[in-house]
Write a protein that binds this ligand. Structure first.
Ligand SMILES: NC(=O)c1ccc[n+]([C@@H]2O[C@H](COP(=O)([O-])OP(=O)(O)OC[C@H]3O[C@@H](n4cnc5c(N)ncnc54)[C@H](OP(=O)(O)O)[C@@H]3O)[C@@H](O)[C@H]2O)c1
Length: 293
């Protein structure tokens, strides 16, 4: 999801870049990573590869770790050898979610589950190998035009006329992958100081609040005639359904979700870079691309 938006942005800017899919390179293979990075000899590597199946990681921590820790370490080692900068996306799941004010970039980490542990180990490997030439870009609640995500699921349900129960007691910052890609470019453009950056939207909401906004935008995007047609067919519920609030306890998952996943954005300000704007405004900008995919 992020990799596709990153390559779209690089393409739109006319940058010289080498997109690499999983079929081209398995990042758990150190020799292959070293060979490819050595051959391309890039100035910058953006490692969008990760094990992102949060629930599956609980039962397959070793496999998740092979990608999120060992794979990250491999990419970092290859960058160190080639003299490349490394940009390494990470996650809000490195925090335990017990806070009530936004997590600073240097707030103590304490992952509550396997995915967060493997991503934190990846962060540490990257920073250990490239203390002066790496950026950890933590993001959260991602959605985008490419790949499965919450917005697409909600759009499918809105289109089906289904009224989903959505968790209303977890707080976070819905974030568009295209905005994360733009922040990554800004780090490179501005030669920002290496370190940890939080690439999430401003503001905060719950999954339920996020779903409500998606349904609202969906309803306002459906042409008036289509609503009238459906109403004439006695079908008005199909268009006008809304999500229902539920609790985390109502929706048990194998991996524990942080109750509070709001990240602070001070490092951007310190680097003279504007952080991502408000989550609702970002969703509105992203919406046409999400509807057409
Ligand atoms: N999605 C979120 O809500 C979220 C939240 C916080 C942080 N993040 C972080 O943001 C980054 C981007 O996430 P995303 O949602 O864009 O991920 P994504 O859509 O799941 O993409 C991950 C990519 O990594 C590839 N991959 C997996 N194992 C690999 C390996 N061994 N070698 C090479 N490629 C491999 C996957 O290939 P296959 O599809 O073939 O498996 C997939 O193309 C990740 O670092 C993630 O941890 C995501």
């Amino acid at each position: 999801m992020l990799g596709r938006d990153m390559t779209n942005l690089l393409g739109a800017r006319g940058e010289d870049f080498t997109p690499v899919t999983r079929a081209d390179l398995d990042i758990t293979d150190l020799a292959a990573v070293t060979e490819l990075v050595g051959a391309v000899n890039p100035d910058v590597v953006v490692n969008c590869a990760a094990w992102t199946a949060v629930d599956a990681a609980e039962d397959h921590e070793e496999a998740a770790s092979a990608v999120n820790y060992q794979g990250a370490a491999n990419v970092a080692a290859a960058c160190a050898k080639a003299g490349a900068l490394l940009i390494h996306p990470s996650t809000d799941y490195v925090f335990d979610g017990h806070a009530s004010t936004p997590y600073a970039e240097d707030a103590p980490t304490a992952p509550a589950g396997a995915y967060g542990r493997t991503k934190l180990a990846g962060e540490q490997a990257v920073r250990g190998a490239l203390p002066d030439a790496s950026y950890i870009v933590r993001t959260a609640w991602l959605y985008g035009a490419h790949g499965k995500n919450f917005v697409k699921t909600m759009l499918r349900l809105a289109g089906n006329g289904t009224s989903p129960g959505v968790v209303a007691d977890q707080h976070g910052q819905p974030t568009w992958t295209a905005d994360v890609a733009a922040q990554i470019m800004a780090l490179i453009d501005r030669s920002a100081p290496p370190g940890i950056y939080h690439a999430t939207s401003a503001g905060q909401t719950t999954w339920f609040g996020f779903a409500e906004e998606i349904f609202r935008l969906y309803h306002s995007s459906v042409p008036e005639e289509q609503i009238q047609d459906q109403e004439q067919k006695g079908d008005s519920e199909r268009v006008l359904v809304s999500p229902r609030p539920i609790t985390t306890a109502d929706y048990p998952t194998p991996a524990k979700r942080p109750a509070y996943s709001v990240l602070a954005h001070d490092a951007w300000h310190a680097a003279g870079i504007t952080p991502i704007g408000d989550w609702k405004e970002a969703l509105t900008r992203a919406f046409p691309a999400l509807l057409t995919k």
